[in-house]
Design a protein around this ligand. Structure first.
Ligand SMILES: C[S@@+](CC[C@H](N)C(=O)[O-])C[C@H]1O[C@@H](n2cnc3c(N)ncnc32)[C@H](O)[C@@H]1O
Length: 288
């Protein structure tokens, strides 16, 4: 599938998911009741206190696989950008954490998600929020303008992850940080099984292997890259989904058990040294 076809398919899926959430259902994005496998992925990501502070539809529209705002250590006054902000849950939480002197941007390409997010923002009564329409491959913000980039289960959906990471690097301020939740694969998984599992965990997904993710982050210019598992998916949780996809969980189990994980991925943009952005410490000759 070409990159633009992937984007169109993703837009359609999430447009439908947004309409379900706007109509009072949950945004679960599996292929109908039988193939609906979102629950084990999106369940229990947010604490009760967080959920009770949010509009009901923002919680119902949650399609993430982690809680990046809790892990990103956001500070008052910071500018945050959420790549693929969906119904806006992490943008609203970020806006509360950075307070009125800070700002939270949400970026999404799907009109229905943007409409739902703006409705949720209004209900939450947060003003330091702006939802932008655009793609994470072409972020509509200037260079060096954001302190923290968060994202929740979106980068795996992009057909051009190198471009996403280089755009993230561009818009971050020097010393800015990337703090995203995403699905990651650990080790070898046969292609057909991988495809079914990815559909289960990510609707339409292209999860990277852990080492590929790290390599791409370093190639984009980041430093201090770290991948921390936050949830390991067991084959039991995907049993019904796999059998609906024609795969026998007992047979394929050993090939996939524990290999699909949700992870919290951290990386920093190096600090500015003079007029150049360089590693925050590159040895006595340049750090003295
Ligand atoms: C899995 S949902 C996650 C939504 C949100 N982060 C959450 O935690 O609920 C993916 C979201 O990313 C958006 N998205 C996917 N690919 C995108 C792209 N290339 N550019 C912009 N938005 C994208 C979709 O429209 C959808 O709203």
């Amino acid at each position: 599938m070409s990159d633009s076809n992937i984007q169109e398919a993703v837009k359609q899926k999430y447009g439908e998911a947004a309409k379900r959430a706007a109509g009072g259902g949950t945004a679960c994005c599996g292929g109908g009741a039988q193939l609906s496998g979102c629950d084990p992925i999106t369940r229990d990501l947010y604490g009760e206190a967080e959920k009770s502070s949010l509009p009901e539809k923002a919680v119902a529209a949650s399609l993430g696989c982690g809680n990046p705002t809790a892990l990103a250590k956001l500070q008052p006054g910071e500018i945050v950008l959420d790549l693929g902000s969906g119904g806006g849950i992490d943008v609203i939480l970020s806006a509360k954490r950075v307070g009125p002197s800070g700002k939270a941007y949400g970026l999404d390409m799907t009109d229905e998600m943007l409409a739902l997010a703006r409705e949720n923002q209004k209900k939450a009564g947060v003003e330091n929020v702006e939802f932008l329409k655009g793609t994470i491959e072409n972020i509509p913000l200037p260079d060096d303008s954001v302190d923290v980039i968060i994202s929740n289960c979106v980068i795996n959906l992009s057909g051009d992850k190198d471009r996403v990471l280089s755009e993230a690097f561009r818009v971050l301020k020097p010393s800015g940080r990337l703090a995203v939740s995403d699905v990651v694969v650990r080790g070898e998984v046969p292609a057909d099984i991988r495809k079914s599992m990815e559909l289960w965990v990510g609707c339409i997904a292209g999860a990277l292997e852990e080492y590929e993710y790290k390599d791409k982050l370093y190639a984009a210019g980041f430093e201090a890259v770290d991948v921390e598992p936050t949830r390991v998916y067991k084959v039991e949780e995907a049993r019904d989904f796999l059998s609906a996809a024609g795969l026998d969980a007992d047979t394929v189990g050993p090939q996939i058990d524990g290999k699909f994980i949700s992870a919290f991925i951290r990386a920093n943009k190096p600090a500015r040294r003079g007029n150049v952005i360089g590693p925050s410490c590159c040895g006595p000759s340049c750090c003295a």
